[in-house]
Design a protein around this ligand. Structure first.
Ligand code: URP
Ligand code: ZN
Ligand code: ZN
Ligand code: ZN
Length: 467
């Protein structure tokens, strides 16, 4: 006998609609969404009724950019798939797409298998993978085709990090050409890493070793230049392009110009670029290291442009780029040399709430919140309509959200496996109350009721986003 769950009395919000409606869940899927009066008239019954009066009922968040256990700078991102997906659930995210890594000299298959093994049996919520290409060659190009068939339909390339993840323009063009023919989506880390490395060396030679210099050498112009170059290479290849973690107004302008020409180029930004700035990187006593990520945080003035891009759809997605490193023992590896600070910020637990705060603050509408955090990432990465919406047939990944709750973000209370919060002390209106993943309660009125191993691997279709 399957469990029937009825969520009643809430405001159901999707990217397309806001309606006072009841949601019926059966066999882990949404069976129906209908006005309360009609569900009473039809005599809907359920084994479990969840009262959502005065609450929002929204699709579970889709975070299309996480790095659990990423090896970086001689250490590993501190969240495992177990701790990271549990924290994601606490924050109302029910699907992550993490990056499997091909190391240089390794086959894609070997890198991907390692990621399947890391995640297998560990996750509280569903998960898929992108593939990081660090070594574009005849072999890995051929392997791309097989991965697309297997449900790994997006590939991240780096114009930054020479000697580690970096691809040159020829390799990028080849990978884009391959994506054009196999339907894969190229995701680009767009920063001119060759030029940045020169500036890093010069800064260190001048004795400029504090975390804030990380932001100074990784110039907005070098993000814009790489974004421009990536767009032109994608045009030559005839392939669509998705630029990850856009932080600079100048880089966004390149995307907007291309989109005005009708080109299929897409952009993602992250909460850290919307809510934090170089002021954080400049915090004294090496505290700025907590905010070292790439692309870097920018001066506060860039934020208005990013919010605007989210409203005009020049940016389509907000993901976290969740890549946590503890301050103690990990960020500290870069004391005296900012270039040795592992790059990345924690945030998988904070994204839905921070974006709800943006609704409260008037930056975006409620439906746009769901669009950029749930629906579009699902479409962009071939998970729709299984994920990202509340409609009959969709997986019952549902969040009951209290829009009036007040909370203060803190490492004391968060669930990510990291010893600081990038948003410590920030007061937010709105909080996740209850979370279901395929109809199972994962968070029940702010108690974790999920389990490692509930989360399943989700193979993905190719990009479904044409906007
Ligand atoms: O600083 C960052 N973003 N670390 C994660 C790796 C990447 O480039 O996305
Ligand atoms: Zn990146
Ligand atoms: Zn990343
Ligand atoms: Zn504002």
């Amino acid at each position: 006998m399957s469990t029937r769950t009825l969520i009643q009395g809430g405001l159901v919000i999707t990217a397309a609609d806001e309606t006072h409606a009841d949601v019926l869940i059966e066999d882990g899927r949404i069976a129906a969404v209908a006005a309360h009066a009609s569900t009473v008239a039809q005599g809907w019954t359920a084994d479990r009724v969840i009262d959502a009066t005065d609450r929002y009922v929204i699709p579970g968040g889709v975070d299309a950019h996480t790095h659990m256990e990423l090896p970086f700078g001689g250490t590993f991102a501190s969240d495992t798939f177990e701790t990271g997906t549990r924290a994601a659930a606490w924050g109302g995210t029910t699907t992550i797409v993490d990056f499997a890594v091909q190391s240089q000299g390794q086959a894609l298959r070997a890198g991907l298998d390692a990621w399947y093994a890391k995640a297998d049996g560990q996750c509280a919520i569903d998960y898929g993978f992108h593939m990081i290409l660090s070594d574009v060659n005849e072999g890995s190009l051929k392997e791309m085709d097989r991965l697309v068939e297997e449900g790994i339909t997006s590939f991240k390339l780096f114009m930054a990090y020479p000697g580690v993840f970096y691809s040159d323009d020829g390799q990028i063009l080849r990978a884009m050409q391959r994506a054009e023919s196999n339907g894969g989506l190229i995701m680009m880390h767009a920063e001119n890493g060759i030029a940045i490395d020169v500036l890093v060396e010069q800064a260190l030679a001048r004795g400029e070793s504090d975390p804030r210099y990380h932001g100074e050498v990784r110039k907005a112009l070098l993000e814009a230049e790489a974004t421009h170059r990536a767009i032109q290479l994608a045009r030559v290849a005839g392939a669509p392009l998705y630029v990850v973690h856009v932080s600079a107004e100048e880089a966004l302008a390149e995307l907007a110009t291309a989109r005005d020409k009708g080109l299929p180029v897409f952009g993602e930004t992250c909460p850290q670029y919307l809510f934090l700035s170089t002021d954080n990187l400049a915090e004294p006593d090496f505290e700025g290291a907590k905010y070292v990520c790439s692309t870097p945080l920018r001066p506060r003035e860039h934020q208005a442009a990013l919010w605007r891009g989210l409203r005009t759809n020049d940016l389509q997605v907000v993901s976290t780029d969740h890549c946590p490193f503890c301050f103690t023992g990990q960020k500290e590896l870069g004391r005296g040399d900012f270039s040795k600070i592992p790059n990345g910020l924690p945030g998988v637990e904070n994204r839905m709430d921070l974006l709800h705060q943006a609704v409260v603050d008037g930056h975006i509408t409620r439906r746009r919140w769901i669009e950029i955090a749930c629906a579009t990432p699902a479409r962009m990465f071939g998970l729709y309509p299984k994920k990202g919406t509340l409609a009959p047939g969709a997986d019952a990944d549902v969040v009951i959200y209290d829009p009036h709750a007040e909370q203060t973000v803190s490492a004391e209370t968060h669930h990510m496996n990291v010893d600081y919060s990038a948003y410590e002390g920030k007061r937010l209106t709105g909080q996740v109350q209850t979370v279901l993943s395929r109809g199972e309660l994962v968070i029940d009125q702010r108690k974790f009721t999920g389990r490692a191993g509930h989360g399943s691997y989700v193979p993905r279709a190719t990009c479904q986003y044409l906007g």
